[in-house]
Design a binder for this molecule. Sequence first.
Ligand code: PLP
Ligand code: TYF
Length: 389
Amino acid sequence: LFGALDRQPPDALLAVIGMHRADPRPDKIDVGVGVYRDASGATPVMRAVKQAEARLLAAQPSKAYLGAEGDQRFTDLLAGIALGPELAASDRITGVQTPGGTGALRLGAELLARSGAGTIWVGTPTWPNHGPIFREAGLTVRHHAYFDAETAGIDEQAFLSSLDAAAPGDVVLLHGCCHNPTGTALSPDQWQRLVAKLAERRLIPFVDLAYQGLGRGLDADAAGTRTLLAAVPEALLAYSCDKNFALYRERVGALWVQSATPETGAAVRDTMLVLARSLWSMPPDHGAAVVRVILEDDDLAAEWRAELDAMCARINRLRTLLAAIHPALASIADQQGLFALLPIDAAAVEALRAQHAIYMPASGRINIAGLNEDNVARFAAAIAPYLGD
Ligand code: PLP
Ligand code: TYF
């Protein structure tokens, strides 16, 4: 049976972790996989998370099954953060806990397939897992224009006009903020024009919000998503808490689906639960319970927000430093989130690894948080020869 299977390449992003770990050079720099790092290069457990975990350890009464929806109070409290109070109260929006943002994307993909959707459009470039997640669920993945390497910005005209090739009922995957891998973000005006295009073409948005709070702040980073949901009848929102609560391996996320009517929403929810039962039965509890404990408690929630704000500020300080170093990097200051796409090729990436112990995927994407005030100058000097004039 299994003899027909071919060997597969490792995940290009996760492979960088192993290569960096094996390098003995003391001044090595890891700007590979997308996890937040502090100035010492660590990815610490957040203070509010530690306190919530201590409370759970002391007081959690049971670990008995919850159900396919997971911790519903987690999802409802998180809706206030992600959607804001008005949309969170909508009787057309229903949400369930999922294993990370990836689980939310996959559950949404399965729901789309079950509903008869055939095609999802993703931007070029996008997170490399997007294509496989939707294809494994049986959807056709097509690509729309998005990034302009010349300006290191969004080619809005090409983006919107490439959506003219989509058929009514097609789905469009959008990054809510902090685009992975380019760091770009739509302005409020650009969101408005995108909303108009989606409405005109009768396309269904599927927003992936995996970095809320790491760009411009919690509300600013969700503003485009909220504008969109308020304007269209149907939409999906895959959410990850793994970056903004630094819970990565705990796999914390949620999927919200907005339907045209509350009645349709009830059938959507039933279907989400049926699909979740066959995918993972129930999502893992611990990380979602941690987030619930934080959001239930004003003091813990304030502590979480303050630490998240500090992480966001550190990323933006590094962005300013990096952008000032070379004209080809200037746009990094205006972009947001962990990532930027360097205008260098795979050969340059390999040379940087061999000669300077600098680790990034072959795409030239860097995780800005892997830099610090001490190594940013050395990093800039190493990449400068590959950036042109
Ligand atoms: N979406 C994007 C754009 C991401 O970069 C990631 C990163 O991991 C995810 C979704 C998935 O998040 P999670 O680790 O919660 O599955
Ligand atoms: O883009 C990143 O680096 C993060 C982390 O298969 C990640 O989204 C990367 C690859 C992967 C899962 C998560």
